[in-house]
Design a binder for this molecule. Structure first.
Ligand SMILES: [Fe+2]
Length: 145
């Protein structure tokens, strides 16, 4: 076992919290503005994503404070397009989930061989985020243009 890089781990956990909290804002906003024939189903899906992002932020925050880190109160910056068709919302959601997945993969790399618990946690989160990615890809696959 190697020594855990405490600082890098804490910084990464903070980036993840910022990303997950952005997810809360992002999905909540999308759920309010989505229109069209699929609105009801998609609103439920988006609200679920918002709640899950909050749960993830809280979970990651517990780990961060467990490592004696100070949790960030910021959220990641937003880059989004203005045209909000269902397709755009799903595409932006997918981009967001891919970013989150990448952060959890960085976390796994950082903690590998230095903490079994954190390694396990990162793997589980990667698994969960991967499922969201697949789900969004399936939802997007109907839009052909
Ligand atoms: Fe998440």
């Amino acid at each position: 076992m190697m020594q855990l890089d405490q600082k890098q781990t804490i910084d990464l956990l903070n980036s993840i919290i910022e990303c997950e909290l952005l997810g809360v804002v992002r999905y909540t906003r999308y759920s309010l503005i989505v229109t069209g024939p699929y609105r009801i189903t998609i609103v439920d899906f988006l609200k679920e994503q918002a709640s899950e992002s909050l749960l993830h932020a809280q979970k990651v925050g517990e780990i961060l404070t467990g490592l004696e880190g100070r949790p960030s109160l910021r959220i990641s910056s937003v880059d989004e397009i203005c045209n909000h068709s269902v397709k755009d919302i799903l595409a932006e959601s997918l981009a967001h989930e891919e970013k989150a997945l990448g952060l959890y993969k960085n976390l796994l790399e950082t903690v590998s061989n230095s903490s079994i618990d954190l390694e396990e946690f990162a793997r589980n989160m990667i698994d969960e985020e991967q499922m969201h990615n697949l789900e969004l890809k399936k939802m997007l696959s109907d839009f052909t243009e």
